[in-house]
Design a binder for this molecule. Structure first.
Ligand SMILES: [Zn+2]
Length: 102
């Protein structure tokens, strides 16, 4: 697994690969948004600072017969332009490339 497979295999352009976890036959790729792609979900500014994060699990396309999940680190961002603190927008979930399961 690699960041380039995220792009070529899953169509994810803004995320980078962190690690792979194998749990009871499932494959879980841990990913996060690339530093330079973090932007305010309110005003789209890139002038943001990280304020903690949560993790969300998404189901995506299987590899062979193995279910594949993406564990996405989702940053809480403070926007220096509009002043709001919001979670980053997860584009791949909106584009239906992966389905949230929690
Ligand atoms: Zn903003």
């Amino acid at each position: 697994m690699s960041t380039s497979l995220l792009y070529h295999g899953f169509g994810l352009t803004d995320q980078e690969y962190l690690k792979t976890e194998y749990k009871k036959g499932d494959v879980i790729f841990h990913i996060q948004t690339k530093e330079d792609k973090l932007q305010c979900s309110h005003c789209n500014s890139f002038n943001v600072i990280k304020k903690g994060f949560t993790e969300r699990l998404f189901r995506t396309v299987p590899i062979g017969l193995k279910p594949v999940y993406l564990m996405a680190k989702i940053q809480r961002l403070e926007c220096k332009d509009c002043g709001l603190i919001r979670q980053e927008r997860i584009h791949f979930a909106e584009e239906k490339k992966a389905t949230p399961i929690n």
